[in-house]
Design a protein around this ligand. Sequence first.
Ligand SMILES: Cc1cc2nc3c(=O)[nH]c(=O)nc-3n(C[C@H](O)[C@H](O)[C@H](O)COP(=O)(O)OP(=O)(O)OC[C@H]3O[C@@H](n4cnc5c(N)ncnc54)[C@H](O)[C@@H]3O)c2cc1C
Length: 400
Amino acid sequence: MVGAGAAGLFCAALAGQRGLKVLLVDHSEKIAEKIRISGGGRANFTNRDLDVRAPQRHFIGDNPNFCRSALSRYAPQQFIELVQKHGIAFHEKHKGQLFCDGSSQQIIDMLLAECDAGSVTRWQPCKLGSIAFSASDAGGASAGSYRINSDRGPVETPRLVVATGGLSIPQIGASDFGYRLAEQFGLRVVTPRPALVPLTFGGEAWAPYAELAGLALPVRIETGAKKEKMAFLEDLLFTHRGLSGPAVLQISSYWKPGSPLTLDFAPGVNVAEALGEAKLRSKKRIANELAALVPSRLADAWVGQDPALQRPVNEAADKALAALSERIARWQIAPSGTEGYKKAEVTAGGVDTRDLSSQTMESKQPGLYFIGEVVDVTGWLGGYNFQWAWASAYACATAL
Ligand SMILES: Cc1cc2nc3c(=O)[nH]c(=O)nc-3n(C[C@H](O)[C@H](O)[C@H](O)COP(=O)(O)OP(=O)(O)OC[C@H]3O[C@@H](n4cnc5c(N)ncnc54)[C@H](O)[C@@H]3O)c2cc1C
Protein backbone atom coordinates (compact mmCIF):
# COMPACT_ATOMS: atom_id res chain seq x y z
CA MET A 1 0.00 0.00 0.00
CA VAL A 2 1.46 3.38 -0.95
CA GLY A 3 0.58 6.53 1.04
CA ALA A 4 0.06 6.56 4.80
CA GLY A 5 -2.57 9.29 4.89
CA ALA A 6 -6.23 8.98 5.80
CA ALA A 7 -7.21 6.39 3.21
CA GLY A 8 -3.96 4.38 3.28
CA LEU A 9 -3.79 4.04 7.07
CA PHE A 10 -7.42 2.99 7.32
CA CYS A 11 -7.23 0.53 4.43
CA ALA A 12 -3.99 -0.99 5.76
CA ALA A 13 -5.51 -1.42 9.22
CA LEU A 14 -8.68 -3.09 7.92
CA ALA A 15 -6.80 -5.35 5.50
CA GLY A 16 -4.32 -6.34 8.21
CA GLN A 17 -7.13 -7.11 10.64
CA ARG A 18 -8.68 -9.33 7.97
CA GLY A 19 -5.53 -11.41 8.04
CA LEU A 20 -3.65 -10.01 5.05
CA LYS A 21 0.06 -9.30 5.16
CA VAL A 22 0.29 -5.54 4.65
CA LEU A 23 3.25 -3.27 3.97
CA LEU A 24 2.40 0.46 4.10
CA VAL A 25 4.97 2.75 2.52
CA ASP A 26 5.18 6.55 2.68
CA HIS A 27 7.90 8.83 1.33
CA SER A 28 7.48 11.32 4.19
CA GLU A 29 9.02 11.00 7.60
CA LYS A 30 5.87 12.50 9.15
CA ILE A 31 2.82 10.65 7.90
CA ALA A 32 -0.82 11.76 7.82
CA GLU A 33 0.15 15.41 7.83
CA LYS A 34 -3.15 16.37 6.20
CA ILE A 35 -5.09 14.81 9.04
CA ARG A 36 -2.91 16.74 11.48
CA ILE A 37 -3.59 20.15 9.89
CA SER A 38 -7.21 19.41 9.04
CA GLY A 39 -10.15 21.22 10.57
CA GLY A 40 -7.88 23.87 12.09
CA GLY A 41 -6.02 21.12 14.01
CA ARG A 42 -9.19 19.39 15.22
CA ALA A 43 -9.97 17.23 12.15
CA ASN A 44 -13.49 17.52 10.82
CA PHE A 45 -13.40 13.73 10.46
CA THR A 46 -16.88 13.10 9.02
CA ASN A 47 -20.27 14.65 8.43
CA ARG A 48 -23.41 13.36 10.08
CA ASP A 49 -25.61 14.93 7.36
CA LEU A 50 -24.29 12.65 4.63
CA ASP A 51 -27.35 10.89 3.23
CA VAL A 52 -26.31 7.28 2.58
CA ARG A 53 -29.22 6.90 0.15
CA ALA A 54 -27.95 9.81 -1.98
CA PRO A 55 -24.35 10.45 -0.88
CA GLN A 56 -23.36 11.74 -4.32
CA ARG A 57 -25.19 15.02 -3.52
CA HIS A 58 -22.14 16.15 -1.57
CA PHE A 59 -19.50 15.04 -4.08
CA ILE A 60 -18.29 16.08 -7.50
CA GLY A 61 -16.44 14.20 -10.21
CA ASP A 62 -16.96 13.30 -13.86
CA ASN A 63 -19.24 10.48 -12.68
CA PRO A 64 -20.85 11.75 -9.46
CA ASN A 65 -22.61 8.40 -8.97
CA PHE A 66 -19.35 6.44 -8.72
CA CYS A 67 -18.94 7.21 -5.02
CA ARG A 68 -22.43 5.94 -4.11
CA SER A 69 -21.60 2.31 -3.59
CA ALA A 70 -18.65 2.80 -1.23
CA LEU A 71 -20.26 5.66 0.70
CA SER A 72 -23.46 3.75 1.27
CA ARG A 73 -21.57 0.65 2.48
CA TYR A 74 -19.45 2.57 5.00
CA ALA A 75 -21.55 5.28 6.63
CA PRO A 76 -20.43 8.16 8.88
CA GLN A 77 -21.99 6.29 11.83
CA GLN A 78 -19.51 3.44 11.40
CA PHE A 79 -16.55 5.78 11.64
CA ILE A 80 -18.18 7.58 14.59
CA GLU A 81 -18.42 4.23 16.38
CA LEU A 82 -14.71 3.63 15.80
CA VAL A 83 -13.89 7.08 17.17
CA GLN A 84 -16.07 6.37 20.22
CA LYS A 85 -14.42 2.96 20.71
CA HIS A 86 -11.11 4.81 21.01
CA GLY A 87 -12.58 7.20 23.59
CA ILE A 88 -12.10 10.28 21.42
CA ALA A 89 -14.44 13.10 22.44
CA PHE A 90 -15.99 15.09 19.61
CA HIS A 91 -18.64 17.69 18.90
CA GLU A 92 -20.83 18.87 16.05
CA LYS A 93 -19.96 22.35 14.89
CA HIS A 94 -22.12 23.33 11.93
CA LYS A 95 -24.25 21.49 9.37
CA GLY A 96 -23.40 17.99 10.63
CA GLN A 97 -19.61 18.58 10.77
CA LEU A 98 -17.93 16.50 13.51
CA PHE A 99 -14.64 17.69 15.05
CA CYS A 100 -12.39 16.28 17.80
CA ASP A 101 -12.75 18.18 21.08
CA GLY A 102 -9.00 17.75 21.53
CA SER A 103 -6.66 17.43 18.60
CA SER A 104 -6.51 15.81 15.17
CA GLN A 105 -3.52 13.82 16.47
CA GLN A 106 -6.09 11.63 18.23
CA ILE A 107 -7.41 10.46 14.85
CA ILE A 108 -3.85 9.72 13.66
CA ASP A 109 -3.10 7.79 16.87
CA MET A 110 -6.35 5.87 16.47
CA LEU A 111 -5.46 4.86 12.90
CA LEU A 112 -1.93 3.85 13.96
CA ALA A 113 -3.37 1.73 16.80
CA GLU A 114 -5.72 0.08 14.29
CA CYS A 115 -2.72 -0.61 12.03
CA ASP A 116 -0.87 -2.18 14.97
CA ALA A 117 -3.93 -4.35 15.66
CA GLY A 118 -3.64 -5.56 12.07
CA SER A 119 0.15 -6.12 12.35
CA VAL A 120 0.75 -3.68 9.50
CA THR A 121 4.43 -3.15 8.63
CA ARG A 122 5.22 0.51 7.98
CA TRP A 123 8.17 1.85 6.01
CA GLN A 124 8.65 5.58 6.25
CA PRO A 125 10.36 7.52 4.92
CA CYS A 126 10.77 5.22 1.96
CA LYS A 127 11.21 6.42 -1.60
CA LEU A 128 9.77 4.29 -4.36
CA GLY A 129 11.44 3.77 -7.71
CA SER A 130 10.22 1.88 -10.74
CA ILE A 131 7.15 -0.37 -10.59
CA ALA A 132 6.74 -3.23 -13.04
CA PHE A 133 3.97 -5.79 -13.48
CA SER A 134 4.49 -9.31 -14.68
CA ALA A 135 1.46 -11.37 -15.56
CA SER A 136 1.34 -14.84 -14.03
CA ASP A 137 0.95 -17.97 -16.08
CA ALA A 138 -2.68 -18.96 -16.59
CA GLY A 139 -4.24 -20.69 -13.61
CA GLY A 140 -2.40 -18.77 -10.87
CA ALA A 141 -4.25 -17.44 -7.81
CA SER A 142 -3.63 -13.85 -8.93
CA ALA A 143 -3.31 -12.16 -12.29
CA GLY A 144 0.35 -11.41 -11.71
CA SER A 145 2.67 -9.51 -9.45
CA TYR A 146 4.12 -6.07 -9.02
CA ARG A 147 7.83 -5.59 -8.48
CA ILE A 148 8.48 -2.30 -6.74
CA ASN A 149 11.94 -0.86 -6.27
CA SER A 150 12.44 1.24 -3.17
CA ASP A 151 15.35 2.69 -1.24
CA ARG A 152 14.76 -0.06 1.35
CA GLY A 153 15.01 -2.79 -1.26
CA PRO A 154 12.64 -4.44 -3.75
CA VAL A 155 9.13 -5.56 -2.87
CA GLU A 156 7.02 -8.12 -4.69
CA THR A 157 3.22 -8.14 -4.24
CA PRO A 158 0.16 -9.45 -6.09
CA ARG A 159 -1.89 -6.39 -5.05
CA LEU A 160 -0.91 -2.75 -4.94
CA VAL A 161 -3.13 -0.09 -3.35
CA VAL A 162 -2.39 3.55 -4.18
CA ALA A 163 -3.50 6.12 -1.58
CA THR A 164 -1.14 8.97 -2.35
CA GLY A 165 -3.76 11.74 -2.25
CA GLY A 166 -3.87 14.88 -4.38
CA LEU A 167 -1.54 17.75 -5.19
CA SER A 168 -2.61 20.29 -2.59
CA ILE A 169 -0.12 21.55 0.00
CA PRO A 170 3.03 20.26 -1.75
CA GLN A 171 5.20 21.35 1.20
CA ILE A 172 3.82 18.47 3.32
CA GLY A 173 4.39 15.56 0.98
CA ALA A 174 1.82 15.80 -1.83
CA SER A 175 2.98 14.26 -5.10
CA ASP A 176 1.65 13.23 -8.50
CA PHE A 177 2.76 9.63 -7.90
CA GLY A 178 -0.76 8.17 -8.20
CA TYR A 179 -1.57 9.95 -11.45
CA ARG A 180 1.76 8.94 -13.02
CA LEU A 181 1.32 5.33 -11.99
CA ALA A 182 -2.23 5.28 -13.37
CA GLU A 183 -0.94 6.59 -16.69
CA GLN A 184 1.93 4.09 -16.70
CA PHE A 185 -0.69 1.32 -16.71
CA GLY A 186 -2.86 2.98 -19.37
CA LEU A 187 -5.55 4.28 -17.00
CA ARG A 188 -7.15 7.64 -17.71
CA VAL A 189 -6.69 10.63 -15.40
CA VAL A 190 -9.13 13.55 -15.21
CA THR A 191 -6.94 16.67 -15.23
CA PRO A 192 -6.33 17.62 -11.59
CA ARG A 193 -7.23 21.13 -10.41
CA PRO A 194 -7.24 22.92 -7.04
CA ALA A 195 -10.61 22.77 -5.25
CA LEU A 196 -11.96 24.08 -1.94
CA VAL A 197 -9.63 26.99 -2.62
CA PRO A 198 -9.78 30.79 -2.15
CA LEU A 199 -10.48 32.76 -5.35
CA THR A 200 -8.43 35.74 -6.52
CA PHE A 201 -9.46 38.89 -8.37
CA GLY A 202 -6.23 40.37 -9.74
CA GLY A 203 -5.46 43.90 -10.83
CA GLU A 204 -7.06 47.29 -10.43
CA ALA A 205 -10.60 45.92 -10.44
CA TRP A 206 -10.07 44.52 -6.94
CA ALA A 207 -8.52 47.69 -5.45
CA PRO A 208 -11.81 49.12 -4.03
CA TYR A 209 -12.51 45.84 -2.23
CA ALA A 210 -9.02 45.08 -0.89
CA GLU A 211 -9.68 47.47 2.01
CA LEU A 212 -12.46 45.12 3.15
CA ALA A 213 -9.88 42.40 3.97
CA GLY A 214 -10.88 40.62 7.18
CA LEU A 215 -14.61 41.29 6.81
CA ALA A 216 -16.73 38.14 7.17
CA LEU A 217 -20.48 37.88 6.55
CA PRO A 218 -23.07 35.27 5.58
CA VAL A 219 -23.91 35.29 1.87
CA ARG A 220 -25.64 33.29 -0.81
CA ILE A 221 -23.11 32.52 -3.54
CA GLU A 222 -23.90 31.09 -6.94
CA THR A 223 -22.14 30.06 -10.13
CA GLY A 224 -22.99 28.30 -13.39
CA ALA A 225 -26.13 28.35 -15.49
CA LYS A 226 -29.12 26.04 -15.92
CA LYS A 227 -28.26 22.42 -15.03
CA GLU A 228 -24.78 23.43 -13.88
CA LYS A 229 -26.04 26.09 -11.47
CA MET A 230 -24.77 25.64 -7.90
CA ALA A 231 -25.38 27.80 -4.85
CA PHE A 232 -24.33 27.79 -1.19
CA LEU A 233 -25.50 29.73 1.85
CA GLU A 234 -22.35 30.13 3.93
CA ASP A 235 -19.92 32.67 5.36
CA LEU A 236 -17.73 34.75 3.05
CA LEU A 237 -14.39 36.31 3.95
CA PHE A 238 -12.80 39.25 2.09
CA THR A 239 -9.01 38.88 1.75
CA HIS A 240 -6.31 41.20 0.35
CA ARG A 241 -6.25 39.26 -2.92
CA GLY A 242 -9.85 38.14 -3.24
CA LEU A 243 -12.49 36.07 -1.49
CA SER A 244 -12.32 33.12 0.86
CA GLY A 245 -14.37 31.57 3.69
CA PRO A 246 -16.60 28.48 3.49
CA ALA A 247 -18.92 30.02 0.86
CA VAL A 248 -16.07 30.60 -1.56
CA LEU A 249 -14.25 27.33 -0.84
CA GLN A 250 -17.46 25.44 -1.59
CA ILE A 251 -18.27 27.31 -4.79
CA SER A 252 -14.64 27.11 -6.00
CA SER A 253 -15.09 23.37 -6.64
CA TYR A 254 -17.84 24.21 -9.15
CA TRP A 255 -16.41 27.46 -10.57
CA LYS A 256 -15.19 27.36 -14.18
CA PRO A 257 -12.42 29.82 -15.17
CA GLY A 258 -13.88 32.85 -16.95
CA SER A 259 -17.36 32.53 -15.49
CA PRO A 260 -18.74 34.96 -12.90
CA LEU A 261 -19.99 34.47 -9.36
CA THR A 262 -23.21 36.06 -8.15
CA LEU A 263 -23.37 37.07 -4.50
CA ASP A 264 -26.28 38.09 -2.31
CA PHE A 265 -24.90 39.98 0.70
CA ALA A 266 -28.23 40.07 2.49
CA PRO A 267 -29.78 36.64 1.89
CA GLY A 268 -33.42 36.47 2.90
CA VAL A 269 -33.74 40.28 3.03
CA ASN A 270 -35.57 42.34 0.39
CA VAL A 271 -33.07 45.22 0.21
CA ALA A 272 -35.02 47.19 -2.43
CA GLU A 273 -38.15 47.14 -0.27
CA ALA A 274 -36.25 48.03 2.92
CA LEU A 275 -34.53 51.02 1.29
CA GLY A 276 -37.82 52.09 -0.34
CA GLU A 277 -39.51 52.14 3.09
CA ALA A 278 -36.55 54.00 4.61
CA LYS A 279 -36.89 56.68 1.95
CA LEU A 280 -40.45 57.40 3.13
CA ARG A 281 -39.62 57.77 6.85
CA SER A 282 -35.91 58.51 7.37
CA LYS A 283 -33.51 61.42 6.88
CA LYS A 284 -30.45 59.29 7.71
CA ARG A 285 -27.68 58.86 5.15
CA ILE A 286 -28.07 55.93 2.77
CA ALA A 287 -24.95 54.22 4.15
CA ASN A 288 -26.47 54.28 7.65
CA GLU A 289 -29.76 52.77 6.46
CA LEU A 290 -27.90 50.11 4.51
CA ALA A 291 -25.78 49.31 7.59
CA ALA A 292 -28.96 47.97 9.23
CA LEU A 293 -29.03 45.26 6.55
CA VAL A 294 -25.34 44.41 5.93
CA PRO A 295 -22.10 45.04 7.89
CA SER A 296 -21.31 48.77 7.99
CA ARG A 297 -17.87 48.33 6.33
CA LEU A 298 -19.58 46.77 3.34
CA ALA A 299 -22.32 49.44 3.33
CA ASP A 300 -19.68 52.22 3.36
CA ALA A 301 -17.66 50.58 0.56
CA TRP A 302 -20.69 50.06 -1.70
CA VAL A 303 -22.18 53.53 -1.15
CA GLY A 304 -18.73 55.16 -1.40
CA GLN A 305 -18.41 54.07 -5.04
CA ASP A 306 -21.29 56.26 -6.24
CA PRO A 307 -21.60 60.03 -5.49
CA ALA A 308 -25.38 59.79 -6.11
CA LEU A 309 -25.62 57.64 -2.97
CA GLN A 310 -23.76 59.94 -0.61
CA ARG A 311 -26.79 61.74 0.69
CA PRO A 312 -29.80 61.26 3.01
CA VAL A 313 -32.01 58.40 1.92
CA ASN A 314 -35.12 60.61 1.56
CA GLU A 315 -33.25 62.65 -1.11
CA ALA A 316 -32.05 59.64 -3.10
CA ALA A 317 -33.28 58.98 -6.62
CA ASP A 318 -35.38 55.80 -6.92
CA LYS A 319 -33.09 54.66 -9.74
CA ALA A 320 -29.96 55.01 -7.58
CA LEU A 321 -31.56 53.05 -4.72
CA ALA A 322 -32.69 50.33 -7.12
CA ALA A 323 -29.15 50.03 -8.56
CA LEU A 324 -27.69 49.83 -5.05
CA SER A 325 -30.19 47.14 -4.03
CA GLU A 326 -29.31 45.14 -7.12
CA ARG A 327 -25.58 45.35 -6.28
CA ILE A 328 -26.24 44.09 -2.76
CA ALA A 329 -28.56 41.28 -3.78
CA ARG A 330 -26.92 40.26 -7.08
CA TRP A 331 -23.28 41.38 -7.11
CA GLN A 332 -21.56 39.82 -10.10
CA ILE A 333 -17.82 39.45 -10.24
CA ALA A 334 -15.52 37.16 -12.21
CA PRO A 335 -12.53 35.69 -10.36
CA SER A 336 -9.21 35.91 -12.21
CA GLY A 337 -8.03 32.60 -10.73
CA THR A 338 -7.49 30.61 -7.55
CA GLU A 339 -4.83 30.62 -4.84
CA GLY A 340 -3.67 27.29 -6.29
CA TYR A 341 -2.43 24.08 -4.67
CA LYS A 342 -0.58 26.03 -1.97
CA LYS A 343 -3.93 26.93 -0.38
CA ALA A 344 -6.34 24.33 -1.82
CA GLU A 345 -7.83 21.88 0.69
CA VAL A 346 -8.25 19.24 -1.98
CA THR A 347 -7.51 18.32 -5.58
CA ALA A 348 -10.46 17.77 -7.89
CA GLY A 349 -9.98 15.40 -10.82
CA GLY A 350 -7.73 12.37 -10.53
CA VAL A 351 -7.83 8.73 -11.57
CA ASP A 352 -10.78 8.40 -13.92
CA THR A 353 -13.62 6.44 -12.33
CA ARG A 354 -14.43 4.85 -15.71
CA ASP A 355 -11.29 2.79 -15.17
CA LEU A 356 -12.14 1.76 -11.58
CA SER A 357 -14.66 -0.60 -10.01
CA SER A 358 -17.01 1.29 -7.68
CA GLN A 359 -17.37 -1.92 -5.63
CA THR A 360 -13.71 -2.70 -5.01
CA MET A 361 -11.67 0.32 -6.20
CA GLU A 362 -9.67 -2.07 -8.38
CA SER A 363 -8.59 -0.55 -11.67
CA LYS A 364 -8.72 -2.11 -15.10
CA GLN A 365 -5.11 -3.06 -14.44
CA PRO A 366 -5.52 -6.29 -12.41
CA GLY A 367 -4.40 -6.03 -8.78
CA LEU A 368 -3.94 -2.25 -8.88
CA TYR A 369 -6.31 -0.26 -6.62
CA PHE A 370 -6.82 3.48 -6.05
CA ILE A 371 -8.50 4.97 -2.96
CA GLY A 372 -9.01 8.39 -1.35
CA GLU A 373 -8.32 11.74 -2.92
CA VAL A 374 -6.21 10.39 -5.81
CA VAL A 375 -9.52 9.24 -7.34
CA ASP A 376 -11.75 11.65 -9.28
CA VAL A 377 -14.14 12.03 -6.33
CA THR A 378 -14.13 15.33 -4.44
CA GLY A 379 -16.29 16.11 -1.45
CA TRP A 380 -17.78 19.32 -0.18
CA LEU A 381 -16.19 21.14 2.69
CA GLY A 382 -17.31 19.74 6.04
CA GLY A 383 -15.82 16.28 6.61
CA TYR A 384 -16.96 14.77 3.31
CA ASN A 385 -13.43 14.25 1.97
CA PHE A 386 -12.39 12.22 4.99
CA GLN A 387 -15.59 10.20 4.75
CA TRP A 388 -14.66 9.38 1.15
CA ALA A 389 -11.17 8.35 2.33
CA TRP A 390 -12.66 6.01 4.99
CA ALA A 391 -15.39 4.60 2.70
CA SER A 392 -13.15 3.96 -0.32
CA ALA A 393 -10.55 2.37 1.99
CA TYR A 394 -13.24 0.10 3.46
CA ALA A 395 -14.52 -0.94 0.02
CA CYS A 396 -10.99 -1.76 -1.07
CA ALA A 397 -9.94 -3.56 2.13
CA THR A 398 -12.99 -5.82 2.08
CA ALA A 399 -12.28 -6.73 -1.56
CA LEU A 400 -8.52 -7.36 -1.29
C1 LIG B 1 -5.53 22.42 5.23
C2 LIG B 1 -6.43 21.25 4.97
C3 LIG B 1 -7.51 21.01 5.82
C4 LIG B 1 -8.37 19.95 5.58
N1 LIG B 1 -9.40 19.73 6.44
C5 LIG B 1 -10.26 18.71 6.20
C6 LIG B 1 -11.31 18.42 7.13
O1 LIG B 1 -11.39 19.01 8.21
N2 LIG B 1 -12.19 17.44 6.80
C7 LIG B 1 -12.07 16.70 5.63
O2 LIG B 1 -12.91 15.83 5.38
N3 LIG B 1 -11.06 16.92 4.78
C8 LIG B 1 -10.15 17.89 5.04
N4 LIG B 1 -9.11 18.09 4.19
C9 LIG B 1 -8.95 17.18 3.04
C10 LIG B 1 -8.37 15.83 3.54
O3 LIG B 1 -7.23 16.10 4.32
C11 LIG B 1 -7.99 14.94 2.36
O4 LIG B 1 -9.05 14.84 1.46
C12 LIG B 1 -7.59 13.55 2.85
O5 LIG B 1 -6.47 13.63 3.70
C13 LIG B 1 -7.27 12.65 1.67
O6 LIG B 1 -6.82 11.42 2.16
P1 LIG B 1 -5.82 10.53 1.30
O7 LIG B 1 -5.42 9.41 2.19
O8 LIG B 1 -6.39 10.24 -0.02
O9 LIG B 1 -4.55 11.48 1.06
P2 LIG B 1 -3.58 12.12 2.12
O10 LIG B 1 -4.19 12.17 3.46
O11 LIG B 1 -3.11 13.37 1.49
O12 LIG B 1 -2.36 11.09 2.22
C14 LIG B 1 -1.49 10.85 1.15
C15 LIG B 1 -0.23 10.22 1.69
O13 LIG B 1 0.54 9.75 0.58
C16 LIG B 1 1.89 10.09 0.77
N5 LIG B 1 2.53 10.17 -0.54
C17 LIG B 1 2.33 11.09 -1.51
N6 LIG B 1 3.13 10.84 -2.55
C18 LIG B 1 3.86 9.74 -2.24
C19 LIG B 1 4.88 9.01 -2.91
N7 LIG B 1 5.32 9.38 -4.12
N8 LIG B 1 5.42 7.93 -2.30
C20 LIG B 1 5.00 7.56 -1.07
N9 LIG B 1 4.05 8.22 -0.36
C21 LIG B 1 3.49 9.30 -0.97
C22 LIG B 1 1.86 11.41 1.51
O14 LIG B 1 3.07 11.65 2.22
C23 LIG B 1 0.66 11.21 2.45
O15 LIG B 1 1.05 10.67 3.69
C24 LIG B 1 -8.20 19.12 4.44
C25 LIG B 1 -7.10 19.34 3.61
C26 LIG B 1 -6.22 20.38 3.87
C27 LIG B 1 -5.04 20.58 2.96
